[in-house]
Structure formats: C-alpha cells, structure tokens
Write a protein that binds this ligand. Structure first.
Ligand code: SAM
Length: 172
C-alpha cells in the first residue's frame, strides 16, 4: 500500500467517524506528524500561526491552544518567542507528544464539547484542525470564546470540506 493510500484512509476514518474519535487519535499520535506534515504537506498550523502572530503581538500573552494534538502550534509559537502557552486535547497520547516538545507551560486532557476549566481567562486562543465534520462543532465554539478575557482573540480553523458541506450558512 502506498503511503498516500494509508494516509488518505486514516483521514477518511477521522472524517467519516461521527462518534468518539479519541481512540483513533490515540492510535495516530506516534505517526501523526510524519503522516500529516511530511507526507501530506499539512500547512494549517503554519497559516493559522501566521495570522495569530499578526494579531497577538504580546509575547507574554496567556494563550490557549485548544486541541493541541502533538504540539505543532505550540512549537511554532514558542519558536516565535511566545512564553505562556497552555494546551488541551482529549487524546492522552497526543498530549504525550505535545509534552515532549517542551513548548507548553501546561497541558491537560479536555473534551472541547465542554466548557474549558481554567483558574483565569486567556488573552488569546488558537485551535487548528479540530473543528471539522463531527464534534466539536459550531455550537462548541463558545467553549473557546468563553475561556477568553473580554476582547480576547480566537483563531479557529474549520476544515474546508466540512465548511462547504455542513457549516456554511448556504446550507442553513
Ligand atoms: C487534526 S488534529 C489537530 C492537532 C493540532 N491542533 C494540529 O494542528 O496539528 C485534531 C486534534 O483534535 C483533538 N480533538 C478532536 N476532538 C476533540 C474534542 N472533542 N476535544 C478535545 N480535543 C479533540 C484530537 O485528539 C486531535 O489531537
């Protein structure tokens, strides 16, 4: 089987699986970066971070990386000089990978269909590759925005095909 076949079927699995994908991401954690970045040319993290950095210029800002996965976003932000980055994800195995990057001040297991629990609000949030075909979905965006200070900035990507098929107001 070609590498692209393997990856495509893995992505299809994520997209098609409407239920709890936690086990699927646990299984994917060890090879996620290689599959997605090296083989498939994933650029969502780079694009979102570029926009984030143009809007959040304070390198000491307290940042939530919601659905941080293996820590691609945290690594980019750390490299750019941000020093107060907090990640969450519901896959413990993804969090293990993120922990190994040393980019985060804290990491915790959390399901983004539920309100974010934090002792104080964040200045800004970023969430890349998390909002797509199933949950978390549009109604769960408030769980990110409510974790922010008033006026806080949230950058959230939505999968392009999911946007066309499910999210777009044209489908309402
Ligand atoms: C495609 S990965 C993106 C990871 C990372 N943000 C990136 O850009 O590489 C999607 C991530 O969302 C997490 N995730 C999916 N559903 C979630 C939920 N309901 N709550 C928290 N994390 C979730 C998965 O465990 C996975 O790490």
């Amino acid at each position: 089987m070609a590498a692209s076949d393997k990856i495509d079927s893995r992505l299809k699995n994520v997209y098609d699986n409407p239920g709890d994908k936690q086990a699927l991401f646990d299984d994917w954690a060890a090879t996620y970066d290689q599959d997605l970045v090296d083989d498939l040319g994933y650029v969502a993290d780079a694009e979102a971070c570029r926009l984030f950095m143009s809007l959040v210029t304070d390198r000491q800002a307290r940042i939530l990386d919601a659905g941080c996965g293996t820590g691609l976003v945290g690594q980019r932000l750390k490299q750019a000089g941000y020093t107060n980055i907090h990640g969450n994800d519901y896959s413990e195995k993804m969090l293990d990978q993120a922990r190994a990057t040393d980019a985060y001040q804290s990491l915790e297991q959390h399901d983004l269909t539920l309100p974010v629990v934090s002792d104080r609000p964040f200045d800004a949030a970023i969430s890349v590759g998390v909002f797509a075909f199933s949950v978390p979905s549009a109604e769960h965006l408030v769980n990110i925005t409510r974790s922010l200070k008033p006026g806080g900035i949230a950058i959230v990507t939505v999968n392009g095909k999911a946007w066309k098929d499910r999210w777009s107001p044209a489908n309402a």
